[in-house]
Design a protein around this ligand. Structure first.
Ligand code: SAM
Length: 277
């Protein structure tokens, strides 16, 4: 066994929260971060006594279940690296699928787009960079999240205008939209017990939870706002909790949206709803 494999195995055995393969890839990320080397370059000359102190500190954080993205301060989304912080949700694969759907279905130039609950800004920044010269806006209630979104916009050279807005009490000042998109908080408090410790202990509550009494509060409010802010025929796209596809679709239909579709993700779970004003 090469010194790299031996060391990687030894370190990953300390991460008992994760299965063996996942633990090994987390350790590779840390080695690469702290030694500035790729796995193939490290094969021959690694020794435990040469590892930097910071790597051991990060190992200690991994052992608590803290997601690697928070430890490294960034995570991948739609082919790019986004800064994350404890104030932002870590971008998810399902959300990449939502972004992909929007890009695929909207090829015209100059579309005006608003993302509500923008977090790291991963949705509007990806749309700004992948679509044909759109005009893109993002809002969030969290100032700290917006600072990260701004930082991502600058680092990735994306033109997105970010601003603060509590969507439950305010209406964003952006009218005549072609596309309104949102991945709002959608986990009812009662589902806390089913959730993984590394989400519960580390990701921001504000980004995740809604009350058991009114789990669709964001969908109702954003659909209503969409009736004001979207152009006639403008499109509304949501990421949803897999349990609420039909409920979100019917509340959109009740408000007069047409062509309402519930769409599945790659894991065959109902994860997106789209409709036209
Ligand atoms: C599920 S996260 C989505 C983050 C990001 N769009 C993504 O897909 O990774 C929901 C976001 O909504 C924001 N949020 C929560 N309550 C809000 C409110 N009342 N008004 C505006 N944004 C809100 C949270 O701060 C969080 O960034």
């Amino acid at each position: 066994m090469s010194p790299y494999s031996e060391l990687a195995k030894k370190l990953s055995a300390q991460l008992s929260l994760y299965d063996a393969q996942e633990a090994e890839s987390l350790v590779s990320w840390l080695l690469e971060r702290h030694l500035g080397l790729r796995k193939v370059d490290m094969m021959h000359f690694l020794e435990e006594k040469n590892l930097p102190q910071k790597l051991w500190e990060d190992m200690a954080r991994l052992k608590t279940g803290e997601p690697i993205q928070y430890i490294l301060g960034k995570g991948p989304f739609y082919g790019r690296e986004f800064f994350v912080s404890p104030a932002t949700l870590i971008p998810r694969n399902e959300t990449e699928e939502l972004v992909h759907l929007i890009i695929k279905e909207n090829r015209n130039a100059g579309l005006k787009i608003l993302d509500i609950g923008t977090g790291t800004g991963c949705i509007p920044i990806s749309l700004a960079l992948e679509m044909n010269n759109p005009e893109v806006y993002g809002v969030d209630i969290s100032e700290e999240a917006l600072q990260i979104a701004e930082k991502n916009g600058v680092a990735l050279a994306a033109k997105v205008t970010f601003s603060t807005c509590d969507i439950l009490t305010q209406v964003p000042e952006v009218a005549e939209l072609d596309i309104l998109v949102s991945n709002p908080p959608y986990i009812p408090e009662q589902q806390r017990s089913e959730m993984h410790k590394n989400v519960l202990d580390f990701e921001p509550e504000l980004a995740l939870f809604v009350s058991n009494e009114d789990p669709l509060i964001f969908y109702k409010r954003i659909s209503e706002i969409g009736k004001q802010l979207l152009k006639p025929n403008g499109k509304l796209y949501f990421e949803i909790n897999e349990n609420y596809g039909n409920d979100v679709a019917s509340l959109m239909q009740d408000l007069g949206y047409s062509e309402v579709r519930v769409l599945k993700d790659l894991n065959e779970k109902e994860r997106m709803v789209a409709g036209r004003r």
